[in-house]
Design a protein around this ligand. Structure first.
Ligand code: F0G
Length: 464
């Protein structure tokens, strides 16, 4: 196994976790309807459900919390955040929001009308939902390399720029209020987008005078991959790379719960002063006064510090190697994963991991349940349970292209030995793959069913 560089931080505060005995885990997951979203967090040993809002903050950020100015209007922390956003991204106008989807809501409810199309390399589910809530269409245009799970293409998160150009010319700029580039492409395996691809997407947008935005949740991880993998960037600082990336866009939505290194927070930034006035008015309606936008002063301070901290190359190197350690450990144990690995998560290919379980019986969910049963590890299915739906025309069940299970890594939280335990747990599942069966849904809501659906194991066959 390649040597993983030592972490460039030390642990100051710890929180005990516990691993229930197997029979307790069995009854807990049964009570939860075989849906890990329904488990109490306290019954989980290692929680890899998400990297969002699960970051361990630094001593400096915790110190920053004490400097919270809880004045209603124009608190000092707002100005500190404004400085960070100007220095890091080059944006003069922004509004804080309580998290990413609030920024999406404020933006799309301001710029979209029914029948419009918002284009994205790949919408995250809340982004899609916020576009659709306006009666607009959320169209994904990922580059085709994304779907070859084992290829070593360095920037599988790219936009398909040819299709982007065709779509813009066919639909017409008047029906496209925005083009989005999601960095990194979370729903597409956490894969990065190259600088060249950002530049080309921006050229298409600007030729047609369509505003182009980043969904910037994991902007620093994306910049790290540009430094690592794209010609001409190895000697540039992360800040220089970020500055160039953002020079190509007209604004950004950001969930700071990822690369903002905080447990809550986000923002919407736009360059156009007129659009800024409109979104600031909308913000007052749904989030709060434009200088705090749904957050306490102390939260703004932690975000102001986190946005600068995340650019530290020691941190980003740790982040990359930590995730790579898990990916390598899984591969050594024969667990099929999407490659190359992104920075925030490792994605297991459940179709190959559990080939005996048909897609109607949710192989990704079966893998997810086994991770809890065997190791108290919580991961998330991103496959048929999340996305399969009947075709509105034919009624035939349509399955998503990929059947993935995401092991997302909270920032600065788990140790290498804990990751080894996770890899061992997954390896054990592969050893018993022939004995495992699938699941059937016993109750589920129509929208976003994976959050609350209840399932049961298929005993024998699910055909009945
Ligand atoms: N965009 C992307 C690419 C995301 O990954 C997320 C959240 C959001 C927008 C919404 O941000 O949660 O702060 O409202 N992703 C989390 C995840 C939930 O687990 O991947 P939010």
């Amino acid at each position: 196994m390649p040597r993983t560089p030592p972490e460039m931080f030390r642990i100051k505060v710890v929180e005990p976790i516990r691993l229930h005995p197997p029979e307790v885990r069995e009854s807990k997951i049964k009570e939860a309807g075989y849906n890990v979203f329904r488990l109490s967090a306290e019954d989980v040993f290692i929680d890899l459900l998400t990297d969002s809002g699960t970051t361990a903050m630094s001593a400096k950020q915790w110190g920053g919390l004490m400097m919270g100015d809880e004045s209603y209007a124009q608190c000092r922390n707002y100005f500190n955040l404004a400085d960070s956003i100007r220095d890091v991204f080059g944006f003069e106008h922004f509004v804080p929001t309580h998290q990413g989807r609030a920024a999406e809501n404020v933006l799309f409810s301001t710029i979209c009308k029914p029948g419009d199309i918002v284009i994205n390399n790949m919408h995250f589910d809340t982004t899609r939902a916020n576009v659709e809530a306006q009666g607009a269409e959320a169209r994904n245009l990922p580059a085709p390399e994304l779907f070859d799970l084992e290829s070593d293409h360095p920037f599988k998160g790219n936009m398909d720029v040819d299709k982007l150009r065709q779509t813009v010319e066919y639909v017409g700029a008047g029906h496209i209020p925005a083009i989005f580039v999601t960095i990194t492409n979370n729903s597409g395996g956490g894969q990065p987008v190259s600088m060249a691809n950002i530049r080309e997407s921006s050229i298409v947008a600007r030729e047609h005078k369509i505003p182009i935005f980043f969904d910037a949740c994991r902007f620093a991880e994306n910049a790290w991959f540009i430094k690592l993998r794209e010609e001409g960037y190895a000697d540039k600082s992360i800040q220089d790379i970020v500055t160039e990336m953002f020079s190509y866009v007209d604004g950004a939505t950001m969930s700071a719960k990822k690369d903002g290194m905080v447990n809550i927070g986000g923002f919407l930034a736009v360059r156009d002063p007129k659009l800024f006035e409109r979104v600031a008015q909308k913000l007052i309606l749904v989030e709060g006064f434009p200088s705090y936008g749904g957050l306490a002063g102390r939260d703004l301070e932690a975000m102001a510090i986190g946005l600068r901290e995340v650019l530290d190359e020691d941190y980003l190197s740790y982040r990359y190697h930590h995730t790579k350690f898990l990916a390598d450990a899984l591969q050594e144990r024969g667990v099929p994963i999407m490659t190359p690995t992104g920075a925030h998560a490792v994605y297991v290919d459940a179709k190959r991991a559990l080939p005996n379980i048909p897609r109607e019986e949710f192989p990704g969910q079966a893998f997810t349940v086994e991770m809890y049963l065997r190791g108290g590890v919580r991961v998330v299915e991103i496959g048929s349970l999340m996305f399969a739906a009947p075709d509105p025309g034919t009624g035939e069940m349509k399955f998503p292209e990929m059947e993935l299970v995401r092991l997302a890594l909270p920032r600065r939280v788990y140790t290498i030995s804990q990751l080894e335990f996770v890899a061992d747990t997954a390896g054990e599942i592969l050893e018993h793959a022939d004995e495992l069966g699938g699941y059937r849904i016993i109750s589920a809501p129509k929208v976003l069913r994976h959050f609350t659906a209840q399932l049961e194991p298929c005993i024998g066959s699910c055909d009945s």
